[in-house]
Design a binder for this molecule. Structure first.
Ligand code: ASP
Length: 468
Protein backbone atom coordinates (compact mmCIF):
# COMPACT_ATOMS: atom_id res chain seq x y z
CA UNK A 1 0.00 0.00 0.00
CA UNK A 2 2.79 2.43 0.59
CA UNK A 3 6.30 2.81 -0.71
CA UNK A 4 9.06 4.66 1.04
CA UNK A 5 12.35 5.99 -0.16
CA UNK A 6 13.87 2.54 0.38
CA UNK A 7 12.18 1.61 -2.88
CA UNK A 8 14.70 3.45 -4.95
CA UNK A 9 15.05 1.03 -7.85
CA UNK A 10 12.33 2.34 -10.09
CA UNK A 11 10.54 4.90 -8.00
CA UNK A 12 12.93 7.61 -9.06
CA UNK A 13 11.77 9.04 -12.39
CA UNK A 14 15.13 8.38 -14.12
CA UNK A 15 15.29 4.69 -13.17
CA UNK A 16 11.60 4.28 -13.90
CA UNK A 17 12.06 5.74 -17.38
CA UNK A 18 14.94 3.39 -18.06
CA UNK A 19 12.85 0.35 -17.10
CA UNK A 20 9.96 1.66 -19.23
CA UNK A 21 12.19 2.20 -22.26
CA UNK A 22 13.69 -1.25 -21.87
CA UNK A 23 10.25 -2.85 -21.63
CA UNK A 24 9.21 -1.14 -24.87
CA UNK A 25 12.44 -2.40 -26.47
CA UNK A 26 11.77 -5.88 -25.09
CA UNK A 27 8.33 -5.79 -26.64
CA UNK A 28 9.67 -4.69 -30.02
CA UNK A 29 12.43 -7.31 -30.00
CA UNK A 30 9.99 -10.05 -28.97
CA UNK A 31 7.48 -9.11 -31.67
CA UNK A 32 10.02 -8.83 -34.48
CA UNK A 33 11.89 -12.01 -33.52
CA UNK A 34 8.57 -13.86 -33.11
CA UNK A 35 7.33 -12.75 -36.54
CA UNK A 36 10.63 -13.71 -38.20
CA UNK A 37 10.74 -17.14 -36.58
CA UNK A 38 7.08 -17.87 -37.24
CA UNK A 39 7.53 -16.91 -40.90
CA UNK A 40 10.62 -19.10 -41.08
CA UNK A 41 8.88 -22.12 -39.54
CA UNK A 42 5.77 -21.67 -41.70
CA UNK A 43 7.27 -20.79 -45.04
CA UNK A 44 10.66 -22.46 -45.25
CA UNK A 45 10.41 -26.22 -45.74
CA UNK A 46 12.65 -28.14 -43.37
CA UNK A 47 13.17 -25.20 -40.97
CA UNK A 48 11.15 -26.94 -38.22
CA UNK A 49 13.56 -29.89 -38.31
CA UNK A 50 16.60 -27.61 -38.58
CA UNK A 51 17.06 -28.45 -42.23
CA UNK A 52 17.46 -32.15 -41.74
CA UNK A 53 19.65 -32.08 -38.63
CA UNK A 54 16.69 -33.31 -36.58
CA UNK A 55 14.20 -36.01 -37.56
CA UNK A 56 11.27 -34.77 -39.71
CA UNK A 57 8.87 -35.23 -36.82
CA UNK A 58 10.79 -32.83 -34.53
CA UNK A 59 9.25 -29.39 -33.93
CA UNK A 60 11.83 -26.78 -33.12
CA UNK A 61 9.16 -24.12 -32.62
CA UNK A 62 7.45 -26.25 -29.92
CA UNK A 63 10.75 -26.91 -28.17
CA UNK A 64 11.83 -23.27 -28.37
CA UNK A 65 8.58 -21.94 -26.93
CA UNK A 66 7.85 -24.50 -24.21
CA UNK A 67 11.39 -25.40 -23.18
CA UNK A 68 13.21 -22.10 -23.51
CA UNK A 69 11.11 -18.95 -23.92
CA UNK A 70 8.18 -19.77 -21.62
CA UNK A 71 10.28 -20.95 -18.65
CA UNK A 72 12.46 -17.87 -19.05
CA UNK A 73 9.42 -15.61 -18.97
CA UNK A 74 8.07 -17.60 -16.03
CA UNK A 75 11.03 -16.53 -13.89
CA UNK A 76 9.67 -12.99 -13.93
CA UNK A 77 6.09 -14.11 -13.34
CA UNK A 78 7.04 -16.45 -10.50
CA UNK A 79 8.87 -13.68 -8.65
CA UNK A 80 5.60 -11.72 -8.80
CA UNK A 81 3.67 -14.82 -7.65
CA UNK A 82 5.99 -15.07 -4.65
CA UNK A 83 4.86 -11.72 -3.30
CA UNK A 84 1.11 -11.93 -3.95
CA UNK A 85 0.08 -13.37 -0.57
CA UNK A 86 2.38 -11.34 1.74
CA UNK A 87 1.73 -8.17 -0.24
CA UNK A 88 -2.06 -8.47 -0.19
CA UNK A 89 -1.98 -9.27 3.51
CA UNK A 90 0.60 -6.64 4.52
CA UNK A 91 -0.79 -3.74 2.53
CA UNK A 92 -4.43 -4.20 3.50
CA UNK A 93 -3.67 -4.79 7.17
CA UNK A 94 -1.37 -1.76 7.17
CA UNK A 95 -4.06 0.38 5.57
CA UNK A 96 -6.53 -0.45 8.31
CA UNK A 97 -4.00 -0.12 11.14
CA UNK A 98 -3.11 3.35 9.88
CA UNK A 99 -6.74 4.34 10.13
CA UNK A 100 -6.34 4.07 13.88
CA UNK A 101 -4.82 7.51 13.78
CA UNK A 102 -7.43 8.89 11.46
CA UNK A 103 -10.62 8.22 13.37
CA UNK A 104 -10.06 11.42 15.30
CA UNK A 105 -10.36 13.40 12.08
CA UNK A 106 -14.10 12.77 11.97
CA UNK A 107 -15.99 14.48 9.19
CA UNK A 108 -12.95 15.11 7.02
CA UNK A 109 -11.99 11.43 7.08
CA UNK A 110 -15.56 10.28 6.44
CA UNK A 111 -15.96 12.55 3.38
CA UNK A 112 -12.55 11.64 2.05
CA UNK A 113 -13.15 7.89 2.27
CA UNK A 114 -16.65 8.18 0.82
CA UNK A 115 -15.31 10.10 -2.19
CA UNK A 116 -12.41 7.68 -2.63
CA UNK A 117 -14.83 4.75 -2.60
CA UNK A 118 -17.35 6.34 -5.00
CA UNK A 119 -14.62 7.36 -7.40
CA UNK A 120 -13.07 3.89 -7.55
CA UNK A 121 -16.39 2.04 -7.75
CA UNK A 122 -17.67 4.23 -10.60
CA UNK A 123 -14.36 3.72 -12.44
CA UNK A 124 -14.56 -0.08 -12.18
CA UNK A 125 -18.23 -0.08 -13.21
CA UNK A 126 -17.44 2.02 -16.31
CA UNK A 127 -14.51 -0.26 -17.13
CA UNK A 128 -16.64 -3.39 -16.86
CA UNK A 129 -19.38 -1.90 -19.03
CA UNK A 130 -16.79 -0.92 -21.64
CA UNK A 131 -15.21 -4.39 -21.71
CA UNK A 132 -18.65 -6.03 -21.94
CA UNK A 133 -19.60 -3.81 -24.85
CA UNK A 134 -16.32 -3.99 -26.75
CA UNK A 135 -15.53 -7.64 -25.93
CA UNK A 136 -11.88 -7.11 -26.90
CA UNK A 137 -10.89 -10.62 -25.81
CA UNK A 138 -13.48 -12.37 -27.98
CA UNK A 139 -12.80 -13.26 -31.56
CA UNK A 140 -9.71 -15.40 -31.14
CA UNK A 141 -10.21 -18.43 -33.31
CA UNK A 142 -10.61 -21.63 -31.36
CA UNK A 143 -7.24 -22.96 -32.51
CA UNK A 144 -5.43 -19.89 -31.19
CA UNK A 145 -7.37 -20.16 -27.94
CA UNK A 146 -6.50 -23.80 -27.40
CA UNK A 147 -2.83 -22.99 -28.00
CA UNK A 148 -3.11 -20.33 -25.35
CA UNK A 149 -4.71 -22.75 -22.94
CA UNK A 150 -1.98 -25.27 -23.75
CA UNK A 151 0.57 -22.63 -22.84
CA UNK A 152 -0.62 -22.72 -19.25
CA UNK A 153 -1.09 -26.49 -19.42
CA UNK A 154 1.61 -27.52 -17.01
CA UNK A 155 -0.15 -25.70 -14.21
CA UNK A 156 -2.96 -26.81 -11.97
CA UNK A 157 -4.79 -23.64 -12.99
CA UNK A 158 -5.14 -25.09 -16.47
CA UNK A 159 -6.88 -28.14 -15.03
CA UNK A 160 -9.18 -25.81 -13.13
CA UNK A 161 -9.78 -24.00 -16.38
CA UNK A 162 -10.88 -27.16 -18.09
CA UNK A 163 -13.15 -28.05 -15.18
CA UNK A 164 -14.47 -24.50 -15.15
CA UNK A 165 -15.31 -24.50 -18.86
CA UNK A 166 -17.16 -27.78 -18.46
CA UNK A 167 -19.41 -26.79 -15.62
CA UNK A 168 -22.09 -24.15 -15.35
CA UNK A 169 -20.81 -20.72 -14.29
CA UNK A 170 -20.88 -20.36 -10.48
CA UNK A 171 -23.87 -18.39 -9.23
CA UNK A 172 -22.89 -15.90 -6.57
CA UNK A 173 -25.26 -16.43 -3.64
CA UNK A 174 -24.97 -15.50 0.02
CA UNK A 175 -23.85 -19.03 0.81
CA UNK A 176 -21.16 -19.09 -1.89
CA UNK A 177 -19.91 -15.68 -0.73
CA UNK A 178 -19.52 -16.95 2.85
CA UNK A 179 -17.78 -20.02 1.48
CA UNK A 180 -15.46 -17.93 -0.69
CA UNK A 181 -14.44 -15.49 2.03
CA UNK A 182 -14.55 -17.73 5.07
CA UNK A 183 -13.11 -21.20 4.54
CA UNK A 184 -13.08 -23.43 7.56
CA UNK A 185 -9.33 -23.80 7.26
CA UNK A 186 -7.85 -20.36 6.58
CA UNK A 187 -4.22 -21.37 6.36
CA UNK A 188 -4.83 -24.26 4.03
CA UNK A 189 -7.01 -22.11 1.74
CA UNK A 190 -4.40 -19.38 1.58
CA UNK A 191 -1.45 -21.70 1.11
CA UNK A 192 -3.24 -23.77 -1.55
CA UNK A 193 -2.94 -27.49 -1.80
CA UNK A 194 -0.74 -27.70 -4.88
CA UNK A 195 2.63 -26.29 -5.84
CA UNK A 196 1.36 -25.25 -9.23
CA UNK A 197 -1.33 -22.82 -8.10
CA UNK A 198 -1.88 -19.72 -6.07
CA UNK A 199 -3.85 -20.08 -2.87
CA UNK A 200 -7.18 -18.29 -2.36
CA UNK A 201 -6.85 -14.54 -2.05
CA UNK A 202 -10.32 -13.68 -0.73
CA UNK A 203 -9.94 -15.24 2.74
CA UNK A 204 -6.57 -13.52 2.99
CA UNK A 205 -8.17 -10.16 2.23
CA UNK A 206 -10.78 -10.71 4.92
CA UNK A 207 -8.20 -11.87 7.46
CA UNK A 208 -5.98 -8.86 6.72
CA UNK A 209 -8.92 -6.51 7.26
CA UNK A 210 -9.79 -8.26 10.54
CA UNK A 211 -6.21 -8.15 11.76
CA UNK A 212 -5.97 -4.46 10.85
CA UNK A 213 -9.23 -3.72 12.64
CA UNK A 214 -8.00 -5.57 15.72
CA UNK A 215 -4.73 -3.62 15.46
CA UNK A 216 -6.55 -0.28 15.75
CA UNK A 217 -7.85 -1.31 19.18
CA UNK A 218 -4.33 -1.88 20.58
CA UNK A 219 -2.69 0.61 22.94
CA UNK A 220 -0.96 3.35 20.90
CA UNK A 221 2.56 1.98 21.49
CA UNK A 222 1.62 -1.50 20.32
CA UNK A 223 -0.38 -0.20 17.39
CA UNK A 224 2.68 1.72 16.22
CA UNK A 225 4.83 -1.41 16.54
CA UNK A 226 2.36 -3.38 14.46
CA UNK A 227 2.20 -0.59 11.88
CA UNK A 228 5.99 -0.48 11.64
CA UNK A 229 6.25 -4.24 11.28
CA UNK A 230 3.66 -4.22 8.47
CA UNK A 231 5.50 -1.33 6.82
CA UNK A 232 8.70 -3.37 6.83
CA UNK A 233 6.88 -6.37 5.34
CA UNK A 234 5.35 -4.17 2.65
CA UNK A 235 8.56 -2.46 1.73
CA UNK A 236 10.32 -5.79 1.41
CA UNK A 237 7.62 -7.15 -0.90
CA UNK A 238 7.55 -4.00 -3.00
CA UNK A 239 11.31 -4.12 -3.36
CA UNK A 240 10.98 -7.67 -4.67
CA UNK A 241 8.39 -6.38 -7.17
CA UNK A 242 10.95 -3.84 -8.30
CA UNK A 243 13.52 -6.62 -8.71
CA UNK A 244 11.01 -8.45 -10.87
CA UNK A 245 10.42 -5.36 -12.96
CA UNK A 246 14.11 -5.28 -13.77
CA UNK A 247 13.62 -8.67 -15.40
CA UNK A 248 10.48 -7.49 -17.18
CA UNK A 249 12.10 -6.28 -20.44
CA UNK A 250 13.70 -9.68 -21.06
CA UNK A 251 10.65 -11.62 -19.91
CA UNK A 252 8.36 -9.52 -22.12
CA UNK A 253 10.64 -10.19 -25.10
CA UNK A 254 10.67 -13.96 -24.46
CA UNK A 255 6.95 -14.25 -23.74
CA UNK A 256 5.84 -12.13 -26.67
CA UNK A 257 8.15 -14.04 -28.97
CA UNK A 258 6.62 -17.28 -27.72
CA UNK A 259 3.05 -16.00 -28.15
CA UNK A 260 3.70 -14.75 -31.68
CA UNK A 261 5.35 -18.05 -32.69
CA UNK A 262 2.41 -20.00 -31.31
CA UNK A 263 -0.50 -17.76 -32.22
CA UNK A 264 0.65 -15.43 -34.97
CA UNK A 265 -0.28 -11.78 -34.93
CA UNK A 266 -4.01 -12.35 -34.64
CA UNK A 267 -4.04 -11.59 -30.92
CA UNK A 268 -2.55 -8.15 -31.56
CA UNK A 269 -5.93 -6.96 -32.86
CA UNK A 270 -7.48 -8.06 -29.59
CA UNK A 271 -4.77 -6.31 -27.64
CA UNK A 272 -5.19 -3.12 -29.60
CA UNK A 273 -8.92 -3.11 -28.99
CA UNK A 274 -8.25 -3.68 -25.28
CA UNK A 275 -5.83 -0.73 -25.13
CA UNK A 276 -8.27 1.54 -26.99
CA UNK A 277 -11.09 0.43 -24.66
CA UNK A 278 -9.05 1.03 -21.50
CA UNK A 279 -7.81 4.44 -22.65
CA UNK A 280 -11.34 5.36 -23.72
CA UNK A 281 -12.89 4.46 -20.39
CA UNK A 282 -10.10 6.20 -18.49
CA UNK A 283 -10.68 9.39 -20.49
CA UNK A 284 -14.41 9.10 -19.81
CA UNK A 285 -13.83 8.64 -16.10
CA UNK A 286 -11.27 11.44 -15.93
CA UNK A 287 -13.19 14.08 -17.84
CA UNK A 288 -16.73 12.78 -17.30
CA UNK A 289 -17.02 11.42 -13.75
CA UNK A 290 -14.53 13.86 -12.25
CA UNK A 291 -16.25 16.86 -13.89
CA UNK A 292 -19.58 15.62 -12.62
CA UNK A 293 -18.22 15.19 -9.09
CA UNK A 294 -16.75 18.69 -9.18
CA UNK A 295 -20.03 20.14 -10.43
CA UNK A 296 -22.09 18.30 -7.82
CA UNK A 297 -19.72 18.64 -4.89
CA UNK A 298 -18.01 22.00 -5.38
CA UNK A 299 -18.34 25.38 -7.01
CA UNK A 300 -15.27 24.92 -9.16
CA UNK A 301 -15.45 24.79 -12.94
CA UNK A 302 -14.09 21.48 -14.28
CA UNK A 303 -12.34 23.31 -17.13
CA UNK A 304 -10.48 25.56 -14.71
CA UNK A 305 -9.64 22.52 -12.58
CA UNK A 306 -8.12 20.56 -15.44
CA UNK A 307 -6.16 23.59 -16.64
CA UNK A 308 -4.74 24.05 -13.14
CA UNK A 309 -3.65 20.44 -12.75
CA UNK A 310 -1.92 20.01 -16.13
CA UNK A 311 1.55 19.88 -14.54
CA UNK A 312 0.41 17.19 -12.13
CA UNK A 313 -1.12 15.09 -14.90
CA UNK A 314 2.06 15.36 -16.96
CA UNK A 315 4.21 14.39 -13.97
CA UNK A 316 1.98 11.40 -13.17
CA UNK A 317 2.08 10.33 -16.81
CA UNK A 318 5.86 10.62 -17.00
CA UNK A 319 6.64 8.88 -13.69
CA UNK A 320 3.80 6.29 -13.52
CA UNK A 321 3.94 6.84 -9.80
CA UNK A 322 1.41 8.52 -7.51
CA UNK A 323 4.08 8.68 -4.82
CA UNK A 324 6.67 10.34 -7.03
CA UNK A 325 4.01 12.84 -8.13
CA UNK A 326 2.89 13.64 -4.56
CA UNK A 327 5.08 16.73 -4.00
CA UNK A 328 3.77 18.28 -7.24
CA UNK A 329 0.21 17.25 -6.35
CA UNK A 330 0.44 19.01 -2.97
CA UNK A 331 2.08 22.11 -4.39
CA UNK A 332 -0.42 22.57 -7.23
CA UNK A 333 -3.38 21.87 -4.93
CA UNK A 334 -2.19 24.51 -2.51
CA UNK A 335 -1.07 27.15 -4.98
CA UNK A 336 -3.30 26.75 -8.00
CA UNK A 337 -6.43 25.22 -6.53
CA UNK A 338 -6.27 27.06 -3.21
CA UNK A 339 -6.81 23.93 -1.11
CA UNK A 340 -6.06 24.65 2.57
CA UNK A 341 -2.88 23.18 4.08
CA UNK A 342 -4.65 20.82 6.51
CA UNK A 343 -6.90 19.37 3.80
CA UNK A 344 -4.05 18.99 1.32
CA UNK A 345 -1.85 17.46 4.03
CA UNK A 346 -4.52 14.96 4.95
CA UNK A 347 -6.25 14.01 1.69
CA UNK A 348 -3.36 13.95 -0.78
CA UNK A 349 -0.83 11.63 0.93
CA UNK A 350 -3.69 9.34 1.88
CA UNK A 351 -4.96 9.46 -1.70
CA UNK A 352 -1.53 8.65 -3.15
CA UNK A 353 -1.56 5.57 -0.95
CA UNK A 354 -5.20 4.46 -1.03
CA UNK A 355 -7.20 6.16 -3.74
CA UNK A 356 -6.35 4.34 -6.95
CA UNK A 357 -9.25 5.14 -9.21
CA UNK A 358 -7.38 4.45 -12.45
CA UNK A 359 -5.86 1.27 -11.05
CA UNK A 360 -9.25 -0.07 -9.92
CA UNK A 361 -10.73 0.69 -13.36
CA UNK A 362 -7.80 -1.06 -15.00
CA UNK A 363 -8.02 -4.13 -12.76
CA UNK A 364 -11.64 -4.73 -13.71
CA UNK A 365 -10.82 -4.33 -17.42
CA UNK A 366 -7.84 -6.71 -17.30
CA UNK A 367 -9.72 -9.50 -15.52
CA UNK A 368 -12.59 -9.37 -18.01
CA UNK A 369 -10.27 -9.13 -21.02
CA UNK A 370 -8.10 -12.08 -20.03
CA UNK A 371 -11.16 -14.14 -19.08
CA UNK A 372 -12.64 -13.37 -22.51
CA UNK A 373 -9.41 -14.40 -24.25
CA UNK A 374 -9.42 -17.72 -22.39
CA UNK A 375 -13.14 -18.15 -23.03
CA UNK A 376 -14.03 -18.18 -19.33
CA UNK A 377 -17.48 -16.73 -18.61
CA UNK A 378 -17.70 -14.16 -15.82
CA UNK A 379 -21.37 -13.81 -14.90
CA UNK A 380 -23.06 -10.56 -13.91
CA UNK A 381 -23.08 -11.67 -10.27
CA UNK A 382 -19.37 -12.41 -10.44
CA UNK A 383 -18.79 -8.99 -12.00
CA UNK A 384 -20.44 -7.36 -8.99
CA UNK A 385 -18.01 -9.27 -6.76
CA UNK A 386 -15.22 -8.24 -9.12
CA UNK A 387 -16.23 -4.60 -8.69
CA UNK A 388 -15.89 -4.82 -4.92
CA UNK A 389 -12.65 -6.77 -5.09
CA UNK A 390 -11.09 -4.44 -7.67
CA UNK A 391 -11.77 -1.50 -5.34
CA UNK A 392 -10.36 -3.35 -2.33
CA UNK A 393 -7.26 -4.54 -4.09
CA UNK A 394 -6.65 -1.15 -5.69
CA UNK A 395 -6.53 0.26 -2.15
CA UNK A 396 -3.75 -2.25 -1.52
CA UNK A 397 -1.70 -1.10 -4.54
CA UNK A 398 1.36 1.05 -3.87
CA UNK A 399 1.75 4.30 -5.76
CA UNK A 400 4.72 3.11 -7.80
CA UNK A 401 5.07 1.79 -11.36
CA UNK A 402 3.68 -1.66 -12.03
CA UNK A 403 2.55 -2.15 -8.44
CA UNK A 404 -0.85 -3.50 -9.43
CA UNK A 405 0.51 -6.51 -11.36
CA UNK A 406 0.76 -8.98 -8.42
CA UNK A 407 -2.68 -7.94 -7.17
CA UNK A 408 -4.17 -8.47 -10.64
CA UNK A 409 -2.64 -11.97 -10.70
CA UNK A 410 -4.30 -12.71 -7.37
CA UNK A 411 -7.66 -11.54 -8.74
CA UNK A 412 -7.29 -13.61 -11.91
CA UNK A 413 -6.80 -16.73 -9.81
CA UNK A 414 -9.87 -15.82 -7.74
CA UNK A 415 -12.06 -15.86 -10.87
CA UNK A 416 -10.65 -19.11 -12.21
CA UNK A 417 -8.55 -17.41 -14.90
CA UNK A 418 -4.91 -18.60 -15.16
CA UNK A 419 -2.73 -15.86 -13.62
CA UNK A 420 -0.22 -16.57 -16.40
CA UNK A 421 -2.69 -14.75 -18.66
CA UNK A 422 -1.14 -11.53 -17.39
CA UNK A 423 1.59 -11.99 -20.00
CA UNK A 424 -0.96 -11.00 -22.63
CA UNK A 425 -1.09 -7.44 -21.36
CA UNK A 426 2.46 -7.02 -20.06
CA UNK A 427 3.72 -5.47 -23.27
CA UNK A 428 1.14 -2.68 -23.08
CA UNK A 429 0.99 -2.40 -19.29
CA UNK A 430 3.53 0.36 -19.04
CA UNK A 431 1.63 2.76 -21.29
CA UNK A 432 -1.59 1.98 -19.46
CA UNK A 433 0.23 2.42 -16.14
CA UNK A 434 1.09 5.98 -17.20
CA UNK A 435 -2.56 6.62 -18.05
CA UNK A 436 -4.01 5.05 -14.89
CA UNK A 437 -1.60 6.98 -12.68
CA UNK A 438 -2.94 10.25 -14.15
CA UNK A 439 -6.42 9.13 -13.14
CA UNK A 440 -5.24 8.03 -9.68
CA UNK A 441 -3.75 11.43 -8.97
CA UNK A 442 -6.55 13.48 -10.51
CA UNK A 443 -9.08 11.64 -8.32
CA UNK A 444 -7.05 12.62 -5.24
CA UNK A 445 -7.16 16.26 -6.24
CA UNK A 446 -10.89 16.21 -6.98
CA UNK A 447 -11.42 14.76 -3.51
CA UNK A 448 -9.19 17.42 -1.93
CA UNK A 449 -11.09 20.25 -3.64
CA UNK A 450 -14.54 18.95 -2.66
CA UNK A 451 -13.59 18.07 0.93
CA UNK A 452 -11.87 21.43 1.39
CA UNK A 453 -14.89 23.42 0.22
CA UNK A 454 -17.18 21.47 2.54
CA UNK A 455 -14.88 21.86 5.53
CA UNK A 456 -14.54 25.59 4.83
CA UNK A 457 -18.31 25.97 4.55
CA UNK A 458 -18.80 24.29 7.92
CA UNK A 459 -15.99 26.14 9.61
CA UNK A 460 -15.54 29.53 7.93
CA UNK A 461 -12.57 30.56 10.14
CA UNK A 462 -9.20 30.99 8.37
CA UNK A 463 -7.85 27.54 7.52
CA UNK A 464 -11.40 26.27 7.75
CA UNK A 465 -10.45 22.93 6.35
CA UNK A 466 -8.57 22.08 9.51
CA UNK A 467 -9.75 19.10 11.42
CA UNK A 468 -10.45 19.74 15.02
N1 ASP B 1 1.50 3.12 -11.03
C1 ASP B 1 0.30 3.27 -10.27
C2 ASP B 1 0.43 4.49 -9.37
O1 ASP B 1 1.49 4.81 -8.93
C3 ASP B 1 -0.03 2.05 -9.47
C4 ASP B 1 -0.38 0.87 -10.38
O2 ASP B 1 -1.53 0.81 -10.83
O3 ASP B 1 0.47 0.04 -10.68
O4 ASP B 1 -0.53 5.16 -9.08
Amino acid sequence: MRATSTLSLVTTPGASDRVATRIVWGMAVGLVAGILLRTLFERVPGAEALFGVLPESAHVSGWLTTEVLDPFGQIFLRVLFFVVAPLVFGSLALGVVQLGRLDRLGPMAARTFALFGINMAVGVALGLVMMNLLQPGRGLDSEARSRLVAQAQATAQARDLQAHAEKEPVRVTFATLVEMFMPRNLLQAVVGSERGRLGDVLPLILFALLLGAAGTTLAEGQRRQLQEALEVLNNLMLTIVQFALRLAPYAVAALLMSIVIKMGLGFLNQLLLFVVGVLGVMALHLFGTMSLLLKLGSRRSPLQFFKAITTVMVTAFATSSSNATLPTTIQVSREKLGVSAPTAGFVLPLGATMNMSGTATYEGCVILFIAQVYGIPITLGQQVTLLALAVLSAVAVAGIPGASLPLIMGLLGTFGVPPEGIVLILGVDRVLDMARTVLNVAADMVTAVIVDEHMAAENPAPGGGAPT
